[in-house]
Each structure stands twice: as C-alpha cells, then as structure tokens.
Design a protein around this ligand. Structure first.
Ligand code: SF4
Ligand code: SF4
Length: 158
C-alpha cells in the first residue's frame, strides 16, 4: 500500500512539474554573444592542427569519412601536411582520434562564421592558427547549464 501511495504521489508531482513548465516556461537559450555556454569535455568543435607534432603520416586524411581532410604536398617535398575543408567536415573527430602524435585537437570553439565558402577550406598553414571564439574575444561571459527541479534549466556563471 505504501508503495502505491508513493508511486501515486510521484506521478502527481511529475504531472505538476510538466504543467508548471508548460504554463511558466523557463528561458533555455542564452543571450549570445553576451553569454556563451561552457561546453562539456569531449565537445567536438573546430579543429586545431599542431604542425610541430605532426609526422606527416597522412592517417588523418585517410580516415576522414567525409573527404574533408586532405594532405597538401609542398613543391620539393615528399610528404604532405593536412588541411581541412569545413564545407565537408562533420566533426566526427576520427582524424584527431587516429592521429598518433596528438597533432589534431577538437577544440570547443563552434561559433566562427565564414564570409565566403572558399574561406572554409583551410590550408595547413591556416589550419595551424589558433582557433578563437569571436564572442569570447568580444568579452562574452561563460555560463554553465544546470538543471533545477524547481526552475528547469538554469544558467550560472561558469
Ligand atoms: S572531424 Fe571527421 S569529418 Fe572532420 S576532418 Fe576530421 S575526420 Fe574528417
Ligand atoms: S594523423 Fe597526425 S601526425 Fe599524421 S598527418 Fe595527420 S596530423 Fe600529422
């Protein structure tokens, strides 16, 4: 009997929570670019290439399922270095995972806009530049998302 009552009360509370969120919805988005959500470890954003670590094995380009990673061979050199085409990249992270040198890093930066399609094709030199979030550059405040039973999703300073 006790279990039945507990179960009933649990269901009533769940329905009440649903109704509360329906009638008084909480804001779930942030005021970008003033605020930026702190992303979890393992988030796969734009990729950074570290040429000083690269042994030019070409595995990253071989494994790429989208044909986004390509080796660029300089005149007079036998082996190339990777560049990426963000028109094709699906951010699977296979290239970073397979790299034996950890020369590729999936950064948490995701809010970069390109003016022209051709700007999305990065040569090895461009690929090696630091990846920066324009919002953070402009002083965005980082917030983290927490779940509150009473208030739903809440954003707090990270
Ligand atoms: S993240 Fe995936 S799709 Fe993008 S370049 Fe790497 S392997 Fe290719
Ligand atoms: S897998 Fe790593 S070491 Fe090999 S070419 Fe790509 S970035 Fe360089």
């Amino acid at each position: 009997m006790g279990n039945l009552v507990r179960s009933f009360v649990g269901h009533v509370r769940a329905v009440a929570t649903g109704l509360r969120y329906l009638l008084l919805p909480n804001r779930m988005t942030v005021y970008y670019p003033e605020k930026l959500i702190e992303l979890p470890e393992g988030y796969r954003g734009l990729i950074r290439y570290y040429p000083e670590l690269c042994v030019q094995c070409g595995l990253c380009a071989m494994v790429c399922p989208a044909g986004a990673m390509k080796m660029y061979v300089k005149k007079g050199e036998k082996r190339g270095r990777p560049g990426v085409n963000y028109q094709r990249c699906i951010f699977c992270g296979f290239c970073a995972d397979i790299c034996p040198q950890n020369a590729l890093e999936m950064t948490k930066v995701h809010d970069v806009a390109y003016e022209k399609l051709e700007d999305m094709i990065l040569s090895p030199e461009e690929f090696a530049r630091e990846v920066r979030s324009p919002a953070l550059e402009e002083g965005a405040v980082k917030v983290k998302v927490i779940f509150s039973e009473e208030r739903g999703l809440v954003h707090e300073p990270a």
